[in-house]
Design a protein around this ligand. Structure first.
Ligand code: DLL
Length: 455
């Protein structure tokens, strides 16, 4: 069993266990549930001790909960501790929840957030090494191999996507094209010229690349692309299908968040039947967003994560706001780590339209793939009188006769109503009329909260 000190560090030359050739850390990825629980308990004590000793705010919380790291006898004891939320980090801006002084850190990232102060996160050298290992493990499970050329179109900078994917690829032994987001025509040209076999990007930016390539008359299906590592935002099965057919690759869902680490907290394996959450480094809980009570396997709830090996910023029971379902059933691939069944949206993204709860990804799942409609859409919500009004703006596929727009829109209205239960106006738009993202797509314009001109 690997110790916390090495964090499950592996050698890129380590042999794989027969039958699970894509496992980078075969012993860790297939350990029994009992072994995993024992490792988690040992690491939980260490991380609690770290937080207790080095973060006064965490120590006070543990003391208030009558909890001492030495006295933790099993994993359930963690439930005595209240949840952490994003504002806890903001309230201690910038480094108040760090367990290491700044001069002991190796790197700092931050997420911008739409309002107020950014959320700042920090890593020791050991944290960065474990992150690279987990991202390499994720990529390997998705079929990326040592020597694959990785075109990394995640944004570099404070966002964890760029450097997270970069260091994971390098750790796996892959050369990286660190192109970042933007300059899409150049991206298309370099994909063809360099012959990358792996594309890392948000799913919406992958689609933007596909679209620009089509405009340039370049067929990316003829490129060497084989694997796509897509994440950082919710995306539907229909969108996966669209991306795969236009880019000629196999698309994998990768999940993560900066507060916990960055990309590589969980990732799909070749079975693509849920994302393996790496339980040797994280403790996952699923709770009812209203009551905080545990939610059973298969039911929807909010993901709560505790970091088990983070030195610089231990996070204990962090409410991610991400809504998903979990399964502990063993995957066909042989990995024993639980699976997160696709993150369908964030609690914060949930729209309440005339009393009906709606996630943008639900609307995407209904619309994308319907004849005549492209995956480029935006939801505009406004108040008309005392009623909410949802307008779905979705682009037609290129080449469609505008005379057909109205009929397609009427059909879409019907499908949204019957499958989601909400009445919406659907506007089919000319291709290219909606903004394209270079990172996370902005799907919602909620005008209900915007001040009026005189306010
Ligand atoms: O988005 C880290 C990341 C980079 C993940 C690249 C995957 C690939 P943040 O900017 O902190 O970090 O945003 C985290 O993005 O809480 C989810 O709401 C959302 N998210 C991330 N991955 C997925 C995914 C990065 N695969 C927030 N599916 C998370 C759905 C995702 N939502």
């Amino acid at each position: 069993m690997a110790s916390l000190a090495d964090g499950g560090r592996f050698s890129a030359n380590a042999g794989s266990r027969a039958g699970l050739p894509s496992a980078l850390h075969p012993a860790l990825e297939t350990m029994s549930r009992d072994e995993l629980a024992a490792l988690q308990l040992q690491r939980l004590r260490t991380v609690l001790h770290n937080a207790f000793a080095n973060v006064p705010w965490q120590r006070r919380r543990m003391q208030a909960a009558g909890m001492h790291p030495e006295a933790v006898a099993d994993l359930d004891d963690l439930r005595h501790l209240p949840f952490m939320v994003k504002t806890d980090l903001r309230d201690h801006y910038p480094f108040g929840l760090f367990a290491r002084p700044v001069d002991a850190l190796a790197r700092v990232h931050a997420s911008s957030g739409t309002t107020g102060r950014p959320t700042v996160v920090g890593y020791t050298g050991g944290d960065l090494s474990r992150w690279a290992d987990l991202m390499a493990r994720s990529m390997s499970g998705a079929g990326v191999k040592r020597g694959d050329l990785v075109h990394n179109a995640y944004g570099y900078g404070l966002f964890t996507g760029g450097l997270g994917a970069h260091c994971g690829a390098e750790r796996l032994g892959c050369p990286v094209v660190p192109i970042s987001g933007g300059g899409t025509e150049r991206q298309v040209a370099l994909l063809m010229d360099f012959g990358a076999s792996v594309l890392c990007a948000t799913p919406s930016y992958a689609l933007a690349i596909a679209e620009v390539a089509e405009h340039m008359g370049v067929d990316l299906r003829q490129s060497r692309l084989r694997v796509g590592m897509f994440g950082a935002e919710p995306w539907s099965a229909a969108m996966r299908h669209d991306i795969e057919s236009r880019l000629g690759l196999r698309a994998y869902d990768v999940y993560g968040l900066s507060e916990i680490m960055g990309p590589g907290v969980a990732c799909e394996c070749e079975c693509r039947n849920g994302l393996h959450g790496w339980e040797d480094h994280f403790l996952f809980e699923l709770v009812d967003p209203e009551t905080g009570a545990p939610v059973a396997d298969g039911e929807a709830g909010e993901l709560v994560i505790t970091t088990l090996t983070k030195e610089a910023l231990p996070m204990l029971r962090y409410r991610t706001r991400d809504i998903t379902r979990l399964t502990h059933q063993r995957c066909d691939c042989g990995r024993t780590h639980l699976r997160i069944l696709r993150v369908t949206g964030r609690n914060d993204d949930m729209l309440i339209i005339r009393g009906v709860n709606v996630y943008p990804s639900q609307i995407e799942a209904v619309l994308v793939g319907r004849p005549g409609l492209s995956p480029h859409y935006q939801l505009v919500i406004e108040r008309r009188g005392s009623l909410d009004h949802l307008r779905i703006e979705v682009e037609a596929v290129p080449g469609l006769d505008p005379a057909a727009f109205d009929a397609i829109a009427r059909e879409a209205v019907h499908h949204v109503k019957s499958m989601i239960g909400v009445s919406a106006e659907v506007a089919v738009m000319v291709p290219g009329s909606l903004p394209r993202s270079q990172g996370k797509a902005a799907r919602v314009r909620d005008l209900r909260q915007e001040p009026t001109a005189c306010a």
